[in-house]
Design a protein around this ligand. Sequence first.
Ligand SMILES: Nc1ncnc2c1ncn2[C@@H]1O[C@H](COP(=O)(O)OP(=O)(O)O)[C@@H](O)[C@H]1O
Ligand SMILES: [Mg+2]
Length: 339
Amino acid sequence: MSKAIEVEDLVKVYRNGTRAVDGISFSVDEKEIFGFLGPNGAGKSTTIKTLVGLIRATSGTLRLRGVDIHRHPGEIKRQTGYASQETAVDDRLTGWENITLQGHYYHLPSKEIAQRSEEVLKIFDIYERRKDLADSYSGGMLKRIDIALALIHRPAVLFLDEPTLGLDVQTRTMIWSYIDKLRKEYGMTIFITTHYMEEADALCDRVAIIDHGRIQALDRPGVLKQQIGGDIITVRFSASNDGAIPALIEAIQGLTNIKEVGPAQDGIYRIIAVRNGDQLIPKIVELGEQHAVATESIRLRRPSLDDVYLKFTGREMRDEEGSREKIGKNRRTQRRLNR
Ligand SMILES: Nc1ncnc2c1ncn2[C@@H]1O[C@H](COP(=O)(O)OP(=O)(O)O)[C@@H](O)[C@H]1O
Ligand SMILES: [Mg+2]
């Protein structure tokens, strides 16, 4: 069976010379939820736009369910659904009007439009509110209807570009469960870009970390986390004898099962253990005492996808907060998404 998506050596150079995508290759299986993670400007949206046929690749081969994307644009349009980073919902229309309009855009017969509109609005729990103006919908409802719009023609592959950007945690979690439902009930393949690592971890079968237009890592979240190490210990030592700290760090590095020791931030050290981090904790405290350095706090956790992201992009997710992308082109919609 052919793959849902196959990308070989995709390059996209915009007219102004920006090399947004710099030679990436990957494939996505049927019914897979595949995550594309990376900082702003990494090339995520550009990749999606070439895959749905909105922009033309500079070079490379792109196939969707075995069909060449450049040669058969009509077929690609039928097989794919796309919810862009900007919401496509018109808030002067009702939910029902928004969705049926989309059906007409795909030239579906009227009867089918009515059936499918009802179906997708029910999946996303908007059916009861279908006669209300979209203007009255919450941010979470707007995003749900936005995804519903991409489903009216029953695509086999759904592309979601930052579907939860700017939404609060509860709404985000709710959107994940809807996405998961699409895969379970319709066997849909889902390609999703996101900034949120915990989202990718919870939802995606595999993730690719992309930066500067290149794929830096690609695997199942569990495998990527395992590659970081077994346990992460974060420790804060008292600064009162900080002259002794370099020797102390060196002593910690000499313990068995230590993979890496480095400063994290504000006097906190990050120790990556190969395994058995819990057993290392008393030893680290004891070494501190031997060097006359008090341990103020010490904490053990499992590596998260954030650690993976940090390793491959050199950036913490929170560095991104200040430079969040714009959510919507429609100002009223934007305001509501921020609510
Ligand atoms: N239409 C365009 N013309 C020129 N440069 C663009 C255009 N769209 C995006 N870019 C640039 O391409 C790079 C990748 O952008 P994009 O694919 O939107 O990244 P992401 O979605 O990961 O934030 C960025 O440097 C961005 O400024
Ligand atoms: Mg983007």
